[in-house]
Design a protein around this ligand. Structure first.
Ligand code: SAH
Length: 230
């Protein structure tokens, strides 16, 4: 018997049917997220439109619309819908804006950004997760999402500057290169801190290259790690 059994949670079997039951559960989820304080109707509509159960293994079909994070492959998680809504609301995405996302994971957050009309550039450091999204047929309905395998600390200098940057892993410090790749007036939403709990910050880039910082609520993310993992 192996000492450690590696379980791959995502994509052994991905659901492709979106029935009335799922749609009903999604409407309830939207009300839950609204009840927790999310007010941006466009963000709420995106959550209502996106079949979250497609982003998880079919074993999670019954629970996919609970307001909870769930495991995906490589010991990573699909973020809680409230957290996705919270970060997206802070980002104030407008159609056609260029958004850099660090931590593709299940691609659910990227889909929410694409629903809002953003051009999404999303980076994942785990090769397996990156490869999984290549075979995710449904996500191809958003040609505005571009996938990259790499280290998010480096960003994507070739595609800079970005209007917005969203980090979906716990950042131990503010990645300087990502600030450099933002437009003046651009925003970064970042769960900041290396302990069990992070504080959500919004950084707005000023004319002189410095950032104005706003501090919001506490959350708990998987860590943002340096380098790639193949
Ligand atoms: N946005 C995702 C959340 C995934 S959890 C979703 O909607 O499902 C955070 C992800 O960040 C993990 O997949 C992890 O592998 C990735 N990650 C951590 N550090 C990273 C880095 N330096 N560059 C790119 N991705 C990173």
């Amino acid at each position: 018997m192996p000492a450690v059994v590696q379980v791959n949670y995502i994509c052994r079997m991905r659901a492709t049917e979106d029935g009335y039951r799922h749609k009903g559960l999604r409407r309830k989820l939207v009300e839950t997220v609204r009840g927790k304080g999310i007010t941006d109707e466009k963000v709420l509509a995106a959550i209502e439109n996106i079949p979250r159960h497609f982003f998880l293994d079919s074993a999670f079909d019954e629970v996919a619309y609970e307001d909870k994070a769930f495991p995906i492959a490589e010991k990573q998680t699909i973020s809680q819908p409230y957290t996705v809504a919270y970060q997206t609301q802070l980002l104030e995405v407008k159609p056609h804006q260029k958004v850099l996302e660090i931590g593709t994971g299940s691609c659910y957050q990227a889909a929410v950004l694409a629903e809002l009309g953003a051009k999404v550039f999303t980076i994942e450091r785990q090769k397996k997760l990156f490869d999984t999204n290549k075979t995710f047929q449904w996500i191809k309905k958003y040609p505005s999402i571009k996938f990259f395998y790499g280290d998010g600390f480096e960003g994507l200098p070739t595609y800079a500057p970005f209007d917005k940057v969203i980090i979906t892993a716990a950042a131990p410090f503010v990645p300087e290169k990502l600030i450099d790749q933002m437009k003046v007036g651009g925003m970064m939403v970042i769960p900041f801190g290396s302990g069990d709990v992070q504080v959500m910050k919004r950084l707005i880039k000023q004319q002189d290259g410095s950032v104005k910082e706003e501090v919001f609520d506490n959350f708990s993310f998987v860590p943002m790690l340096q380098g790639k993992n193949d």
